[in-house]
Design a protein around this ligand. Structure first.
Ligand code: NAP
Length: 296
């Protein structure tokens, strides 16, 4: 398995397994441990979660699997995130962000407890908090590193301005930005984030590479994208999802797609993409396929 070096202290597998949907999988702790071991056997050693996933249930379920097979934790890079919270107001859930020093410190300790582990390999600020005090958040992330509770830190869904601001307060210590990118989502191309990450030699992690499964739906934009992707898949004699992963892996930024499936055959499509060589013009065919991006 190809790996990306995020820092001197941390590398991740080029294909990452995501556990956002874990609370819907109905896996026992033993079944989850088996699934995790099957990922590791394939070289997919980086596992992604967050405190908000399933309202903290996903971290708890992962922690139970780590307890069931205590060898797993030592063989993976464990990623979690903080910053999103939900308050019940007038009987209705209200989502908001909190990236203050105290909240980040408390959240990390709580995540470690749920995950049955002493430390995280990578800890991310989950979203682009508009009330972010970069100096406060940086102080918390630096303290967590100093205390040995996290190995490296990064962010998720940050635009170039927020990334630069927090990275300045962190003396350049952010090692990734976990962002959405797929054939129907180009936010971070249009913001210039992809160029900035390429220039800074920072590998992004890519969430919802298959648009959360929407790519296979009858949504008109997805149908347009998949028509072209299917055509290119036929040229290469592979499943269309293999082409989507190959398209992400092709980019010079060195992106690590995070698969969200619980099916090993579908995880294997992501791994297979590492051996697919797209023609340069094929990358552009997919870039333009949904009609959202223009090649001038
Ligand atoms: P995804 O791989 O784009 O979507 C996974 C979904 O697509 C699953 O429901 C899967 O169903 C379905 N799917 C896959 N192949 C399919 C096919 N051929 N036909 C129909 N459906 C198919 O990724 P994601 O789950 O949205 O996100 C991946 C990971 O990124 C998450 O687990 C999480 O770790 C991370 N994430 C991060 C953020 C963030 O803000 N940082 C946000 C969202 C997600 P099956 O399980 O049945 O295969």
């Amino acid at each position: 398995m190809k790996r990306y070096q995020l820092s001197d202290a941390l590398s991740i597998s080029a294909i990452v397994q995501g556990f956002w949907r874990l609370d819907g999988w109905n896996f026992s702790a033993g079944e989850l441990a088996d699934f995790m071991n099957a990922c590791i056997d394939r070289g997919v050693t980086t596992f992604d979660t967050a405190e908000i996933y399933g309202g903290t249930v996903c971290e708890t379920l992962m922690g139970e699997a780590f307890k069931k097979d205590p060898t797993i934790r030592k063989r993976i890079e464990l990623v979690s995130k903080t910053g999103i919270f939900v308050e019940t107001i007038n009987g209705k859930p209200f989502g908001y962000y909190n990236t203050s020093y105290d909240r980040v410190m408390q959240s990390c300790r709580e995540s470690l407890k749920r995950l049955n582990t002493d430390s995280l390999d990578l800890y991310l600020i989950h979203r682009e908090d508009p009330c972010l005090d970069v100096w406060e958040t940086a102080r918390a992330l630096q303290q967590l590193k100093k205390d040995g509770l996290v190995r490296e830190v990064g962010v998720s869904n940050f635009d170039p301005f927020k990334f630069d601001a927090l990275n300045k307060a962190m003396d350049g210590a952010l090692v990734t930005n976990q962002i959405e990118w797929n054939p129907v989502c180009f936010e971070h191309f249009n913001s210039g984030m992809m160029d900035q990450l390429t220039a800074d030699k920072i590998h992004p992690m890519i969430w919802s590479p298959l648009a959360g499964g929407r790519l296979f739906s009858d949504d008109a934009t997805c149908v347009s994208a998949m028509k072209k992707i299917g055509e290119i898949a036929d040229r290469h004699g592979v499943d269309p999802s293999v082409i989507v992963y190959a398209w992400i892996l092709y980019h010079p930024v060195g992106a690590a797609p995070i698969t969200g499936t619980n099916k090993l055959a579908r995880l294997d499509h992501a791994i297979q993409a590492l051996d697919v060589k797209l023609a340069h013009h094929e990358w552009f065919e997919i870039y333009a396929a949904s009609g959202q991006q223009k090649i001038r």
